[in-house]
Write a protein that binds this ligand. Structure first.
Ligand code: MSK
Length: 632
């Protein structure tokens, strides 16, 4: 067996620099150059004190001008901007969930979309009071899908999924008036509250940000995760590879990018057919290699082991290899730069959703009812483009790592069941994990999530924090681009156990897992919310008492702020490596990093320095452990 060694950030960067050289040769632009062009950033925007909600402004707060024309102060402006940021993220995640629900309505036996996990569907049906006895599974699926869509505009009541949270959490949300109602309503309320002439007091605005976020995590995102599992299968452990070296010089390279798996599942399904493989060979290639970027990649890697080419800030790199025949995107996190960049190469840039129309792309409107035709058209287009590749522009960095993926909650329990063997009491629970935490073999857990952001060295914070945490016997659960950073570095290789403290290393050996567990895409942070609630139940404590924290060290998207709000709303402290444009108001920062704990039992922390951020998380976990021990 080859010797195991992590890929370093310096090695990533050296290869990226070589790709940028190719880019220069063909006159390509790059995000690295655009960052230089955009620096320094506007200080008013950065601090969140610029208001352009009405046309009297824009108003900017300074010591000489402490109020906008309407009289709103810095705290009001910053808090309104924070709530609007959250609403953007909630809308985006949740609309993804809605699309998935509509796809579930299209399922039929033998069709493009089928029910692959009927067991999970029946669990949801039971939770939602849907009759299942003697009914065709597809009738059940369609009724559940319809109820799911109605969650977006329900006339009264709260989100159905919140019943999965602990009773204490549900009581907190109701008592504090932040239990999430209809998802669309929470977004609309956020927009209404922040319209000119409405709320300008920080606390009510932040409460609505929590409520809006909760409608994402315990509504729209959970819908996306659960219904995707029903249609495409609940992920189970499997082996794959990560980093640009997964692209193949002798194959047709198709890269899937975005978030919604409805399209990528079809590309994967039909690209593997003998007809399509034969078609690729007719065009002179040895076959078809599919790889992914961002969360679409996470979706298909979790369920099919499709290799991960890269994460958010590596999206241009896949084109810069000169070996990408086609990059097909669905929604979210797609650089508008991909169109002009593709034009510098032979790459076809295909957009597929009316939600994401981009310049210099070929638009093939993807509709679930025409899924097969759409997918085949895209695959053929890629194959036919193989002959247009320019050999002199091809450079694929030979850099990749083995990665184990597929750790849904169900799979984690399945792995733990393998350890307990015949101990019936512990089967189907997190009790073996609880014992490890109680005994101190594991000190705690960190949910590391989120994007890359040029304000931090790409992947550096993710990877280096993970190394420090696992060395301190802290297990990691990951999603989104954080998961891909880990996979590219090699931290999802089971041999990474040797980088752990003795306790975590023992757990990895016993359970046969890597020390960092890939739980899926951004919407799959909903899996983590279930995990913490079920863990709290099994430990006999409340979520905010668990030695568990969240961390988004390189986040950049509005979705991440929505996530942050539902994570702290669920009682889990969240550590940020980037400020959410709130630095312009001490009052707002005071709530987010202080008094919000009195509402939900958790708060935000922010630190930009790697060592300090790692130590803050370790200290917080130890503080929780000490409190938990004194309660028991
Ligand atoms: S893809 S939201 S850059 S994690 Fe989900 Fe990555 Fe952040 Fe997009």
């Amino acid at each position: 067996m080859e010797e195991f060694k992590l890929t370093t950030i310096e090695e990533f960067e050296a290869e990226t620099n070589k790709l940028l050289e190719t880019g220069k040769k063909v006159g390509a632009d790059s995000w690295q150059q655009r960052v230089v062009n955009q620096t320094p950033h506007c200080k008013f925007g950065e601090n969140g004190v610029c208001c352009r909600i009405c046309s009297m402004g824009p108003c900017r707060i300074t010591p000489k001008a402490p109020r906008g024309i309407c009289g709103c102060d810095a705290a009001g402006i910053v808090a309104r901007n924070f709530l609007r940021f959250t609403a953007g993220g909630t809308a985006t995640h949740s609309d993804h969930g809605r699309e998935i629900a509509y796809t579930l309505m299209e399922t039929e036996a033998g069709g493009s979309y089928e029910v692959k996990d009927p067991e999970k569907l029946l669990v949801i049906a039971k939770e939602w009071g849907v009759e299942t006895e003697g009914r065709d599974i597809y009738d059940v699926a369609h009724e559940v899908a319809e109820l799911g869509v109605m969650e977006y505009g329900k006339i009264k009541g709260f989100q159905r999924w919140i019943k999965r949270a602990t009773p204490e959490r549900q009581a907190t949300w109701e008592k504090e008036g932040i239990a999430p109602r209809a998802i669309d309503r929470e977004v609309v309320t956020a927009m209404h509250m922040t319209h000119m002439g409405n709320s300008s007091m920080p606390e009510p605005l932040i409460r609505q940000a929590l409520r809006c976020g909760l409608s994402d995590g315990w509504g729209g995102s959970m819908m996306g995760t659960e219904f995707s599992d029903v249609m495409f299968g609940t992920p189970h452990e499997m082996k794959t590879e990560a980093n640009l070296g997964v692209m193949k010089e002798d194959m047709v390279n198709i890269v899937v990018h975005g978030h919604d798996p409805s399209l990528s599942e079809m590309i994967v399904k039909y690209a593997e057919t003998p007809e399509m493989v034969a078609y690729a060979k007719e065009q002179g290639a040895n076959g078809i290699q599919i790889s992914g970027v961002c969360c679409t990649s996470n979706e298909v890697t979790m369920r099919h082991g499709i290799p991960m080419a890269g994460n958010f800030l590596a999206q241009e790199n896949v084109v810069l290899t000169g070996a990408c025949e086609l990059i097909v995107v669905d929604v979210q996190c797609i650089f508008p730069a991909l169109g002009p960049l593709s034009k510098c190469f032979h790459t076809k840039f295909v957009t597929t959703s009316n939600i994401c129309r981009q310049p210099d792309s070929e638009f093939i409107h993807f509709e679930p009812a025409k899924a097969k035709d759409n997918a085949i058209k895209i695959i053929k287009m890629a194959c036919e483009n193989f002959k247009n590749r320019k050999k002199e522009n091809v450079y694929i960095p030979q850099m990749k790592q083995e990665a184990w993926v597929g750790y849904s909650c169900e799979e984690i329990i399945h792995k733990l069941d393998g350890v307990t063997n015949s101990n019936v009491d512990e089967m189907g629970t997190y009790k073996p994990l609880v014992e490890c935490v109680n005994s101190g073999v594991l000190r705690g857990a960190v949910a590391m999530v989120g994007c890359n952001n040029p304000k931090q060295r790409a992947d550096f914070m993710h990877v280096e924090l993970m190394k420090k945490l696992i060395a301190n016997d802290i297990i990691l659960v990951l999603s989104g681009c954080s998961a891909q950073a880990a996979a590219k570095a090699g931290l999802m290789d089971k041999r990474a156990k040797d980088l752990c403290g003795q306790g975590l290393k023992r757990v990895c050996e016993l359970v046969d897992i890597p020390p960092v567990l890939h739980m899926g895409s951004c919407v799959d942070i909903s899996r983590m919310m279930r995990l913490v609630c079920d863990l709290a139940r099994d430990m006999g404590c409340e979520t905010y008492e668990l030695p568990v924290v969240g961390c988004a060290p390189e986040w950049m998207s509005e979705k991440a702020v929505s996530i942050g709000n539902y994570v702290i709303g669920t009682g889990i402290d969240t550590f940020l490596g980037i400020n959410p444009y709130t630095a312009g108001s001490e009052e707002v920062e005071g709530i987010l990093k202080g008094s919000v704990e009195n509402i939900v039992g958790a708060k935000y922390f922010e630190e930009h320095d790697l060592d300090k951020l790692a130590q803050m998380m370790i200290d917080r976990i130890e503080e929780k452990r000490a409190k938990l021990a004194s309660c028991n």
